[in-house]
Structure formats: C-alpha cells, structure tokens
Design a protein around this ligand. Structure first.
Ligand code: SF4
Length: 395
C-alpha cells in the first residue's frame, strides 16, 4: 500500500489532542491514590488499588490515534473496522465524535459495503485480518493502523511457524477479533480456549483419536481442511496476548510433554516450538492482582468492558483465591448497597443481592483491565464511598 495512505506509528496530531484526551480519561483521584502508595482510607472504607491497572500503552496509543484521525480528517467519513478497544465508554466517546463502526452481520462477517473510496478506516488495537486489510486497500481508503506491536509480534511468530511447516496452536477465543486476525496469518491453525480443550487434543495426539470427533469439536476453531492426523505432527504455540498467562504456560507444557512422549525427547524440536506471546501489560496486571489478593480483602471489584478478555482474567485470579469478586463495566452497575449487576466467569450477567458485606471496616481491592480509563475507576470508588455515606476530601 502507498505509504502516504497508511498510518502506523502516528498521525502527527498527538500534541493537539493531548489535553482533550486527558480530560476524557484521566482521574485526579486515582493519581492521588497512586501517589499515596495505592491505599486510600475514607472513613471506614479502605480502598486498595492494584499496583498496575488500567490503560496500557497499546490502548493509549490506539485511542489517541483515533482522536488524531478525527483532528486530521475533519470532513471525511471515518470508520473503525471494529470496536477500537473493548470498552463501551471509550467506543461511545468515538461515536460522539462522529466516527462510525462497521457493522458485524449475523453470520459474523462485516458489512464493508458502506465504506466508500476516500473514507478513512481505523484498524483497532487488536488488529484486523489479512482479507479485511486488502479489501480496504483495494477500495483506496487511507488506513490508520493502531494494531499493538505486541499483537504484530504474535503474527510474526505465527508466520515463522508457517514457514517452518508447523501448525499454529493459538491459546485464545476463536470469536475474538485478535485471534481472528492472528489466525488469518497462518495457513494451518487450531485455536484452543482452555486447558480442557488442550488436554483433549493432547489425548487425541497420544491415542490416535477419531478424526470425525476432532472435526466436530473444532470445526469453527481450525483452519480450512484441517487434517488432525497430519496437521498435529508439528505444532507451535502462540496465544491471544490477553489470555491468563499461567494457563497459556500450562497449555504449552502439556503439548511439550505430549510431543516428547509421542516422538521422543531427542526429536522434540522437530515437533514442538513455543514462545510466550502474552503481552507485558497483561502480565503486569495479572501479577499485580496476584499480589493484591494476598492482602486482607473483603471483596474485589474488577472494572472493564464485559467483552474484554484481559479484564475477565483479572476476575479469575480473585475468584481462584475465594475472594468475593465482581466484574462491572461502570458505576451504573452498582444499584445500591443491596444490589449489583456483574459479569461472572462463565459469561453470564447476573444481579447479586447484599454484595457489600455489612462490616464496619471494609477493605476493597480494585483493579481494571488494560482498556479501562482511570476516570471509570474514580467513578466506582466515589459511588461505593458515597453509598457508605463517607466523603472523599480534596478531590
Ligand atoms: S493489552 Fe497488550 S496487546 Fe493488548 S493493546 Fe495492551 S499492550 Fe497491546
């Protein structure tokens, strides 16, 4: 694609949008709590913030570039091929700026027919598939590519597997945009959701399972014409950057053991390759919650979009430690002291009564996903504190 029509690193309007960007997303209260070491006591409510949370570098860059695009192309129609990031508040901000979102049709494809020559198209932080990019290039659209470098690093790994004639085993969600984009770079791939699916495939490899069973189970999560009896002889591990890192590592180990058993330790390198492609930001946020749950907490609130993969894994860490944990996407989910609406680990949105323990002194852990702006964290803290009839001073 012509260089002048393709924007990857930036658009050149960063300075112009900075103040507006900060006014949308930054929080004085969160800054103050961070400066105080992450703990904030308001009356009998003690807030413990995780050491790392909220906007990661990749998300910050992607949303900034969308703001910059609006600044540069004032009159042109601007589209995003998907949500820019998985946060409804941020996506709504962009809608209010007149940026349009390409609709996903019931069959999962996207309605690109609305995009006209000369329209500007933004690719989100988790990237876009190869076919989408070439379609947009053929339409003659300037492309603002906000794909995070961590995601492109996974693509490079997957391409390396392809060159080496290995099948990419991607730990991820087959409907997630990032996994769709990553798998579009591999000729042969299989997407595995969790340890259970990985174990199933390892058993298949070791016990020469039935091809029909495999096809039935992974029809939507494997490349076209996937032949398990030949395409699982050489496998390379990759992952969606936002999965639970401990699970990704466990899956890699399971396949390493299976391939060693099947082909012998001396031949392992010819049958198994691995590379940890969990991004730094995801890792740091997961490590910070792992540390946070060691404190004496009465509950944890995890803030982030309900379709945000990295946010749901933060919830998982709290639940594994048996700490009452609630994933919400905004303060609006807190209906009062008696009721909260939240997303559970199995993906259901439920309402829980009497969610806030009736204790005099309450220790609340708070974290947020890599796509959650600090301003939403501030709103949640303020709401809880207000409900407990306490006032935050000096903010
Ligand atoms: S979570 Fe990781 S891969 Fe995703 S945008 Fe942030 S830094 Fe990039």
């Amino acid at each position: 694609m012509k260089k002048e029509n393709y924007f990857r690193g930036g658009i050149g309007y960063k300075e112009e949008i900075l103040e507006e960007f900060q006014s949308y997303y930054e929080s004085k209260l969160v800054k103050k709590i961070k400066q105080n070491g992450g703990t904030h006591k308001v009356g009998n409510t003690i807030i413990h913030l995780a050491k790392e949370f909220g906007f990661c570098w990749g998300v910050d860059k992607a949303v900034s570039m969308a703001f910059e695009a609006r600044k540069r192309w004032k009159k042109e129609t601007i589209w995003i091929t998907n949500e820019i990031i998985h946060n409804p508040f941020v996506n709504q901000n962009l809608r209010e700026k007149g940026i349009k979102f390409i609709e996903t049709l019931p069959d999962g494809s996207k309605n690109f027919s609305v995009v006209q020559k000369g329209d500007v198209v933004i690719l989100p932080a988790f990237g876009a598939s190869k076919s989408e990019i070439s379609l947009l290039e053929n339409k003659g659209c300037p492309i603002v590519d906000t794909t995070c470098p961590w995601v492109s690093a996974v693509w490079n790994r997957v391409k390396f597997y392809e060159k080496s004639d290995f099948t990419a085993l991607i730990h991820g969600k087959f409907k997630h945009e990032e996994s769709i984009a990553t798998s579009s770079r591999a000729k042969k791939y299989l997407i595995l959701l969790n340890i259970e699916e990985a174990k199933w495939v390892c058993d298949f490899i070791l016990n020469d399972g039935k091809t029909e069973d495999f096809k039935q189970k992974f029809a939507k999560a494997s490349s076209e014409n996937f032949a398990p009896e030949t395409d699982l002889v050489k496998v390379g591990i990759a992952n969606q950057t936002t999965m639970l890192s401990s699970e990704s590592l466990e899956i890699a180990k399971m396949f390493e053991r299976a391939m060693m058993k099947k082909y012998g330790a001396e031949n392992l390198n010819e049958h198994f390759l691995s590379f940890d492609t969990i991004c730094n930001a995801t890792q740091e946020r997961q490590d910070a919650v792992t540390k946070l749950v060691k404190e004496k907490l009465d509950l944890i609130i995890v803030i982030g979009g309900f379709n945000s993969s990295n946010t749901s894994h933060l919830l998982e860490i709290g639940e594994l430690k048996n700490i009452k944990s609630f994933h919400i996407d905004s303060k609006e989910r807190i209906f009062g002291l008696e009721q909260i609406e939240h997303k559970t680990l199995d993906g259901k949105i439920v309402q829980t009564k009497n969610w806030l323990p009736e204790k005099e002194i309450l220790n609340i852990g708070i974290t947020s996903g890599a796509s959650t702006p600090d301003i939403l964290v501030e709103e949640v803290i303020k709401k809880i504190v207000t409900l407990r009839n306490e006032k935050i001073a000096g903010v």
